[in-house]
Design a protein around this ligand. Structure first.
Ligand code: IPM
Ligand code: MG
Length: 350
């Protein structure tokens, strides 16, 4: 029997994960749902955001679904023990190198975007963000004291050929099942790692995916095009840092950050890591106001990508669409529903 490990984490994480639990029980009763402590909560209990035990349980499960990590409470913890470090260490340990972040506009929410409805209606972009390399992990990094007493802070943006290739492959494969178009975003005009990114993607395309349409785009231009004419994009492949930024911008096109899921995948035989894109939202945590749909849709991606329950995933997606079509809205979407009531709106359609 397949196992899903829930890591509710901090802030609104536990509230939205509770709704995932209810949905899982109704939709796939055979799925074993386990839970472990993680993030700031784990730091408070064990002095580390990710214990070896929880890491090993994650590696032994079929899929891992995380709620959210971090919050002002842990702002002064040493960097390597901050809740965010637990997330980065988990991504690295699971080697989930491709982060799939859909920016998909549900028809019922097209009016909720800060952009004109006609610009976002029908929007369906898939980001492939490289997730275990680049400036997030590059060495050396640090803050040193210079002889004159000044300080020097530095990070290293670094990619190898194989790291770029494996992310690129995921993007090209995905595009073949969609509109067959990939934009590769980098800053090859100023960065060496960006130039290598462009060269490797160009070669990979020529060698293995000549049937897919490829366009190179500078990351800053990509940001501009995303808010000017977002429907020109199908799949966007980019590095860890640009992917972090561009996917947040794209998320807002769809109405609310509270709507968007993500899937981090690597080796197809290994568990994937599923996370809503939103953060821990400490300002509304514990109040029952959070939108659980990003977490529920992350579960939908887990069903599809790791648990091989495609039919259940289709049913869940239809239930979420049905709930939105019926007017179900949490506060972030301009409505009044609580977290649990939004969960109910989905559950009654399963
Ligand atoms: C994300 C988040 C994380 C990241 C943080 C919480 C470390 O912003 O998943 O987009 O930067 O990757
Ligand atoms: Mg981010």
């Amino acid at each position: 029997m397949a196992t899903l490990l829930l890591l509710p984490g901090d802030g609104i994480g536990p509230e939205v994960c509770a709704e995932v639990r209810r949905v899982a029980a109704a939709l796939v009763p055979n799925l074993v749902v386990e839970e472990a402590i993680y993030g700031g909560a784990s730091y408070d209990a064990h002095g580390t955001p990710l214990t070896d035990e929880v890491r090993d349980r994650a590696l032994a499960s079929d899929a891992v679904l995380m709620g959210a990590v971090g919050g002002p409470k842990w702002a002064d913890a040493p960097r390597h023990l901050r809740p965010e470090a637990g997330l980065l260490n988990l991504r690295k340990a699971m080697n989930v190198y491709a982060n799939l972040r859909p920016a998909y506009c549900f028809e019922a929410l097209a009016g909720a975007s800060s952009l004109k409805t006609e610009l976002v209606s029908g929007l369906d972009i898939m980001f492939v963000r490289e997730l275990v390399g680049g400036v997030y992990f590059g060495e050396p990094r640090g803050i040193d004291v210079l002889p004159d007493g000044q300080k020097k802070g530095y990070d290293t943006a670094l990619y190898t050929t194989s790291e770029i290739e494996r992310a690129g492959r995921v993007a090209f494969e995905l595009a073949r099942g969609r509109k067959n178009k990939v934009h590769s975003a980098e800053k090859s005009n100023v960065m060496e790692s960006g130039l290598l990114w462009k060269q490797v993607i160009t070669e990979l395309h020529k060698r293995e995916y000549p049937d897919v349409e490829l366009e190179h785009i500078l990351a800053d231009n990509c940001a501009m095009q995303l808010v000017r004419a977002p429907k020109q994009f199908d799949v966007i492949v980019t590095d860890n840092l640009f992917g972090d930024i561009l996917s947040d911008a794209a998320a807002m096109l769809t109405g609310s950050l509270g709507m968007l899921p993500s899937a981090a995948i690597g080796d197809p035989n290994k568990p994937g890591l599923y996370e809503p894109i939103h953060g821990s939202a400490p300002d509304i945590a514990g109040k029952g106001l959070a939108n659980p749909l990003a977490a529920i849709l992350s579960f939908e991606m887990a069903l599809r990508w790791s648990l091989k329950e495609v039919e259940a995933a289709d049913r869940l997606l239809a239930a979420v669409k049905g709930a939105l079509d019926s007017g179900a809205r949490t506060r972030d979407l301009g409505g009044e529903l609580s977290t649990v009531q939004m969960g109910d709106a989905v559950l009654c359609r399963i």
